[in-house]
Ligand binder design. Structure first.
Ligand SMILES: NC(=O)c1ccc[n+]([C@@H]2O[C@H](COP(=O)([O-])OP(=O)(O)OC[C@H]3O[C@@H](n4cnc5c(N)ncnc54)[C@H](OP(=O)(O)O)[C@@H]3O)[C@@H](O)[C@H]2O)c1
Length: 340
């Protein structure tokens, strides 16, 4: 079987390094090119990167010379995976797509475009089908918090609810390697993250939307979000409260969360966890320090239903479920759907 050849933009960043780890031993996706900002072009990856992932740089990438993000340097791969910051991504990715190069991207520009699927695979892999007749495929991944918090929402959206209220407590790594000065976050909580409170409801509404005439029509989801930055390195936690008008039992909700796995029966999805949602019964779980190591799973605990108010605490790894892991799982899913 021919491997899918991919290139990685933003390979020296936090998401890029996670992607390198995930792809270094992948059975059918081969990472053949790396790039970063122009000043690193031509340098050997191992000599220029500030490696912060656990373990050492996988051997096969150490001597790989970085190429530019231009169409000339990117044209001979099957897919370009992008972990670029939004400002750089906006023009670089669109330019690649205009040159007929397929792109799967983590960056925010065009996430809400109706003709570009915004994919968190377990939620809406079916949206990928709008790409069936497109010569060049452009796919977006949601924002890290949207990716994590959207996972258990399927258990609520079919119910008669008033308004979903989410408070997200987001790790420092969510802002990228140089995102926040130590002095502003050490021993501190910052009660605002630019753009986040608008992005999360809009992206979740799109992911739970429907396909109509080859476009995505967002679902109406009544949701308010407050996002704060907390001084932990990894893992975004959310406290979700929702008033349920109709009758529902807590057992029904827990069963739905436990049974959630739209990929049952699929093969070859190496980054799809067997249990995408892990329920914790202990009162003091999930915790960032204990439960974010595993990556693609989303952890849910503190589930309660009192006087019609359903509460749950949600936690996920922002670099894996929130970024690199879903990029790779999206590519795996596209292969299974024969879109590649
Ligand atoms: N961190 C998260 O939890 C998370 C989660 C979901 C989505 N995202 C999104 O994923 C993307 C990457 O995030 P990150 O946290 O990995 O950021 P990061 O640590 O700041 O890394 C950014 C990467 O992009 C490269 N780059 C910067 N400007 C460039 C330019 N003009 N041309 C080419 N390459 C350029 C950097 O190269 P140099 O090292 O050479 O500067 C680096 O490799 C962002 O769009 C972010 O919003 C992040």
């Amino acid at each position: 079987m021919d491997k899918i050849k991919v290139s990685l933009l933003g390979s020296t960043g936090m998401v890029g390094q996670k992607m390198i780890k995930l792809l270094s031993k992948h059975p059918y996706i081969e990472l053949v090119k790396l790039s970063a900002s122009d000043s690193r072009t031509g340098k050997k990856y191992g000599e220029t990167v500030r490696w912060i992932e656990h373990g050492t740089i996988p051997e096969k990438f150490r001597d790989m010379k970085l190429v530019s993000s231009s169409p000339e340097d990117q044209k001979d791969v099957d897919y370009v995976l992008s972990a670029l910051p939004p400002e750089a991504a906006e023009s670089i990715e669109l330019n690649l797509v205009k040159h007929g190069i397929n792109v799967i991207s983590n960056a925010s520009p065009y996430r809400l475009a109706k003709d570009i699927p915004l994919i968190n695979p377990e939620i809406n892999y079916e949206h990928l089908r709008i790409l069936e007749n497109k010569d060049t495929k452009f796919v977006k991944n949601p924002n890290c918090t949207s990716a994590i918090m959207s996972m258990p929402l399927g258990s609520i959206l079919g119910l008669d609810y008033e308004r979903i209220s989410l408070v997200s407590m987001q790790a420092i790594s969510g802002a990228g390697y140089s995102g926040l000065p130590y002095m502003s976050i050490d021993d501190n909580i910052i009660p605002y993250i630019h753009g986040e409170e608008e992005k999360i409801p809009a992206e979740i509404s799109k992911m739970y939307g429907t396909v109509q005439d080859n476009e995505i029509k967002s679902r109406e989801i009544r949701m308010s979000v407050t996002s704060v930055r907390v001084p932990v390195k990894l893992g975004h936690m959310g406290v979700l409260n929702v008033h349920i008008d109709g009758k529902v039992s807590i057992e029904d909700i827990i069963n739905k969360l436990n049974d959630f796995n739209p990929f049952k029966g699929f093969t070859g999805l190496y980054n799809a966890p067997e249990h995408p949602i892990v329920i914790h019964e202990e009162e003091d779980r999930p915790q960032n320090a204990i439960d974010t190591y595993n990556g693609m799973e989303v952890h849910v605990g503190r589930i309660s239903l009192k006087d019609g108010n359903l509460r749950m605490v949600i936690l996920g790894n922002n670099l894996v479920r929130g970024a690199a892991g879903i990029t790779v799982l999206t590519l795996e899913t596209m292969k299974q759907l024969k879109l590649i």
